[in-house]
Design a protein around this ligand. Structure first.
Ligand code: BGC
Length: 371
């Protein structure tokens, strides 16, 4: 089947009922990468079951209840580690050192110019060819509902300065998936780590996420050029098909004739979050996404200043995922809490510089409910 034929078939699939998935097999994830053991870990809370591998600190499966009490796996991915190695490298991992894009891969820091790997047109994306998502992380601690993994990103890796130690803890609590990040460096550097799950609240990679209803707590975005590198402008969302301040079905405006939608081939934009009403922990609500067919709702709370919303525009049905089903056109959305893309090249964007003696921290929560 050609990619075009696969897209045609997949676009039509919208009616299947949600199914309860079996867990992934641990043995299908056991291998060696970078000379380190790779494995699959199963975590459980009252509401959520999650399977995670230390290859890229990757979420492999995330089962949450729908309104009928079925457990639905709401992240796209693959049944085996080999398929992850050969498939879409951004299905579920932590991406870094700089998640999102750096224009032409270049930036200057303290008067020194650095050139990072080019892996997306003429630009650098998600930490480059050998970014954090491509390595085996150390497993520092595992419990029934929590896992901590770390990775030493060496000085010069993908062109970045400084040895960075990144630590990520996933914790399940009730219906929350909590992500805590920490990083230190021994030389000035830039970083923008984020979790890169493709969510599909249908639990079915053949059913488009265009039906999801999305609200994003942002009044502004950062317009880009055709290569999705920010121009430096911070523009209002008012009157654009990117304005999600009122909950809107994703597919409703996705084909509108608007330059930013053309550049992204759909939604692929950085939203400047409204940080005016933080909770006691300093987090604000970034977005809420809901699927009317099964009632699953996911809210994202974060201390980060921005959210990249990507509507799965490059899936073409050729990659076969869990349940032997193709990852179809627009069958997954990424909602990535982070700093602004290309911030190292824009003085008016919040800084993503980390210096020796400082500690980078991030907390982001994915909170599930049913309606
Ligand atoms: C980016 C997209 C990119 C995708 C790759 C997203 O975070 O915004 O442009 O194609 O990652 O999975």
């Amino acid at each position: 089947m050609t990619a075009a034929a696969a897209i045609m078939l997949c676009v039509g699939c919208t009616t299947e009922a949600p199914r309860t998935e079996a867990l992934l097999n641990q043995s299908d994830y056991q291998t060696q990468i970078d000379g380190k053991p790779v494995d699959l870990y199963t975590l459980q809370s009252e509401g959520i079951t999650m399977q995670v591998t230390n290859y890229g600190a990757r979420i492999a499966g995330l089962w949450v209840p729908d309104r009928d009490g079925n457990k639905v796996d709401v992240v796209l991915g693959y049944p085996t580690i080999d398929q992850h190695l050969n498939g879409d490298g951004y299905a579920g991992p932590i991406v870094g050192r700089y998640g999102n894009r750096i224009g032409k891969g270049k930036f200057s820091l303290d008067g020194v110019e650095y050139q990072t790997t080019i892996n997306n047109g003429e630009n650098h994306l998600h930490g480059g060819i050998g970014g954090w998502s491509t390595h085996a992380w150390n497993v520092d601690n595992v419990g029934d509902n929590t896992i901590t993994m770390s990775y030493l990103s060496a000085d010069g890796e993908e062109g970045y300065p400084g040895n960075v130690i990144i630590t990520v803890t996933y914790t399940l609590a009730g219906n929350d998936l909590i992500l805590d990040y920490r990083a230190t460096t021994d030389a000035p550097t830039v970083l923008n780590p984020t979790s890169h799950c493709y969510f599909n609240l249908h639990g079915d990679s053949e059913v488009s996420t265009n039906s999801h209803v999305l609200r994003i707590n942002a009044a502004e975005y950062t317009p880009t050029d055709a290569g999705l590198i920010p121009t430096g402008e911070i523009a209002t969302l008012e009157g654009t098909p990117l304005d999600f301040r009122t909950a809107t079905v994703i597919g409703e405006r996705i084909e509108e004739d608007f330059e930013a939608l053309k550049f992204g081939a759909g939604y692929d934009h950085n939203f400047v979050l409204d940080k005016s009403t933080p909770n006691e922990a300093g987090l604000t609500e970034a977005a809420v996404v809901y699927e009317p067919a099964n009632g699953i709702e996911m809210s994202i709370l974060t201390d980060q200043v921005a959210l990249q919303f990507y509507s799965g525009n490059f899936f073409d049905g050729t990659s076969i995922g869990k349940g032997d089903k193709p990852l179809c056109y627009r069958a997954g959305i990424a909602l990535e809490a982070q700093g602004y893309p290309d911030a190292p090249n824009h003085d008016n964007f919040p800084s993503r510089v980390l210096r020796p003696g400082e500690e980078y921290t991030q907390q982001t929560i994915y909170r599930f409910a049913t309606k």
